[in-house]
Design a protein around this ligand. Sequence first.
Ligand SMILES: *Cc1c(COP(=O)(O)O)cnc(C)c1O
Length: 372
Amino acid sequence: MNVPLLDLKAQHRAVTDAVMARVMAVVESQQFILGQPVQDLEAAIAGLCRARYAVGVASGTDALLLPLKALDLQPGDEVITTPFTFFATAGTIHNAGARPVFVDIEPDTYNIDVAQVEAAITPRTRAVVPVHLFGQMVAMERLLPLAARHGLAVIEDACQAIGARRRIDGQWRSAGELGTATSLSFFPTKNLGGWGDGGMVVTSDERLAGRVRRLRTHGGMKMYFHEEVGTNSRLDAIQAAVLLAKLPHLAEWSAARRMHGEAYGAALAGVVGVRVPAVDPANEHIFHQYVIAAERRDALQAHLKAAGIGTAVYYPRPLHLQNCFAYLGYEAGAFPVSETATQRVLALPVYPELAEAQRDYVVAAIRRFYGA
Ligand SMILES: *Cc1c(COP(=O)(O)O)cnc(C)c1O
């Protein structure tokens, strides 16, 4: 049996007609830059995230970079984040002109350890970038008061967490609802993926939304008149059309991912050598990735590959040990939980269209490896 890590063709088969109709409408209009589909998507995503404004941009990376630029960071300013995330989280902090400062993660959720954030705050700290890793929200009710006390902006990296929710004081709060601004990615493999790169900034801050809107069109709202130096970072109308056609399915896709996650959890819970991902009971996880911690991880991955099962390691090297960040002066051992995670984590197939028989096959192959 073959079980890929992700099967985008299966998703496309289910939505082809709806997607093609919307895409062809854009093609017929020959209006490819911004325009009505982008505005419609912005309104829909703002609603989903329960934020007032959404601004479509060229990628999830730019959806981090532009709000960071809007903070007017000065050389020497610091932005706190996790070293266990996709590179863009810290790369954009550097590119916005600030210094990334890392804080280790919690061993169970892989999210930034909020308890350690306060100790990393200095007079130069300007912002925190929490990452809702693998689709599970950070404990925002603990991070936000801390950030407020120190006057820090909170830029949520929700590139893996569109539609994720967390129960806070008895109420469901969405990824994107609570921070100063939030970045979303529509990279094809994300839970809501386009036909190429795309991203969106959501915020309820009117001035910040206006600033990001301006930055995405070279720093001016009127053609050929520039208030500041921005860039070209617009979401294409064709991408917006694809995403609008897929958006009505997002909730059911996330529910299917959650169902697979629960089934894996039940089937793998007793296997010695495997730690299944912990779901904070306050969270509604969207399982962008289903990531186990495995003993003899590399051997397990090879064993699964031989059985036709696709897996991936997110992430093999923590960001504080990347060559490009040597100038920050971190050494091995600085963040032991993140460093251990890089040696143990393995993402299993968890896409919505995964068949029960495929999932059982993955479980059986893992059990066989550990002699369970
Ligand atoms: C995907 C991702 C990004 C960047 O998104 P792109 O659209 O690929 O630029 C940023 N942060 C995290 C955590 C991501 O997973």
